[in-house]
Design a protein around this ligand. Sequence first.
Ligand SMILES: [Zn+2]
Length: 387
Amino acid sequence: MSTTLITDIDVLVTGDAEGTVHRDTTLVIADGVVAGIGADCPAPDRVISAGGLSVIPGLVDGHVHPTFGEWTPAQNASGWVRNYLHGGTTTMVSAGELHVPGLPFDELSPELVTGLAITSLRTTGRVRPSGVKAHCGTVLLTPDMTEGHFDRLAEYGAGHAKFIFYDWDRLSSGEPPRYVRWAHERGMTVKMHSGGVSRSGSSRVAGYDLVAAVSPDVVAHISGGPIPMPDDEIRRTIDELPGHVEVCSSMNYRATAVTVDRLTERGELHRLTLGTDTPGGTGVIPRGMLRNVCYLASMCGMDPAVAVAAATGNTARAHQLDVGVLAEGRPADLLVLGPVTGSRAENVLDCFALGDLPGIAAVFVDGEPLVLGRSEQTPPPSRRLTA
Ligand SMILES: [Zn+2]
């Protein structure tokens, strides 16, 4: 068994929906999973002093658009996954491989979308680009799919399906709820594009009525990606539908405040999930998830530890993933981070409350330090980690 002891942690945020925080603590990792918080480890194979820095779970970006490994045609950029790792993202979930050059959004066929998802599952999804847990192969649901298409997707391990280019004139056929049922029977989650059209220009406006007719597991970018549904429909979606709602870096900032206010009033912030909705028209944003947490905690009145949960445990749970929470037996995917020189913050919670980007000193995935010393994407934290 290989063990790592991380000592001298100022603040550890577990990523659970309650916003649990441990202070002045340690973390024990054994064989890639969390073995204890505040526990001792008699003869660890490796000791890392966090030097008074903080620890949070690795960020879970619930909305990315992968295409071919590290290359994204959306911004003709390479190396984006590695850059996101250095921005703290250890897990990402595809919201559809829709940037494949030449993909005919208006003429998608069941064979094409199924083949595209399987191709992604068997290429980018088969490896971990730069060590990031990339869940690829999210099928773009299209009319006339049969249960056989869902069987094939499940056979290749597809975990997610997405409504975006669906022809909503077909809603009365009963097909969309049937797709949701077929997906659920195979353990897949269903996400649905909401609001106005996306960069592709061909998704139809999806407000409360359309979203309610489908009742997806996750309402994608409820506060805009980039154009949100009207405010009263955001509130109605939160009030009347049971699923998770997602806020993305492609957001309308005002509409995000509307979303968070409603969830707060209802005591339902555990339903809030986060993503970047990138690469795409919003760009490639390695620090996007950290910036989302900063915005929620500094401008939307969220408790910083609960905002961290939105970026980690909530998003993982919504997509049926075992990551995002630091607790015994869970994967040791975590960040060591803290205030950057010049910030008034004392620890990572202060950083988020003030809206100051924290600096990352280490990124662990399954207990292995993939980044150690300093991130290539954030300024260094003012305190130093010693390994
Ligand atoms: Zn998207």
